[in-house]
Design a protein around this ligand. Sequence first.
Ligand SMILES: Nc1ncnc2c1ncn2[C@@H]1O[C@H](COP(=O)(O)OP(=O)(O)OP(=O)(O)O)[C@@H](O)[C@H]1O
Ligand SMILES: [Mg+2]
Length: 241
Amino acid sequence: MEKSPFYEGKAKRLFRAANNLILQEFKNSATAFNGQKKAEIEGKAEVNATMSAMIFQYLEDAEIKTHLVDFIPPRSHLIQQLKMIPLEVVVRNYAAGSYLKRAISKEGEKIRPPALEFFYKDDSLGDPMMDEAEILAKQIADASDMAELKKQALKINDVLTQMFSQVGLQLVDFKLEFGKNSEGQIVLADEISPDTCRLWNQESGEKLDKDRFRFDLGNLMDGYQEIFSRLKTIIQWKERR
Ligand SMILES: Nc1ncnc2c1ncn2[C@@H]1O[C@H](COP(=O)(O)OP(=O)(O)OP(=O)(O)O)[C@@H](O)[C@H]1O
Ligand SMILES: [Mg+2]
């Protein structure tokens, strides 16, 4: 199977696999600010691939459709090939990150109801924020797709907020990507990991996610390992090697 990837992004490599499936291999690279800041971080691929598979399995158990077919240790997922919707769907429960530049809230202020934002995936434009009218006008998604994206994003938010809070973690915000399967159903794709979520220690407020790398707040892997070890206490997970 392992030839050369048909796509290499900043965080993952995609290889064609049998039966119209894709092997999605996680990389050790960490990037921020649209690729301006970069580093190779030993062990990140394995930990993120494992956590993302655990989270997708948890979501499947909550009846959310995901692209995950199987976890292939140590750092790959076998996934369904989807026709990707080129949007990043961001859910925010507490004010942080780029939201602070646009909103009147202070960092950590609760956002209720949660904010839902859409960004058009285009690196050359810097993934600009896009409102629903423009998404519809440009036919990036239609009205029924948009309703479904919002419904799924909010349901995923409920499930993940509750999951992380069980292990003392505050889900501040996160990014999702979706695609359509051969039946036209909208399915959760890509990854969910501390690269794509802000997670704070509920007790101390310590930031455990990629902001450690973005803003040099401390060793990245220490934060990721903390999240990983807490998740293992609530998600049944056997390393299948
Ligand atoms: N089930 C899927 N089917 C097809 N493509 C997928 C699926 N899940 C994720 N992808 C795509 O695979 C790529 C994963 O690579 P990676 O996350 O490294 O990309 P990236 O550097 O973030 O760049 P970009 O996401 O802008 O393409 C993304 O383009 C993502 O949209
Ligand atoms: Mg990506």
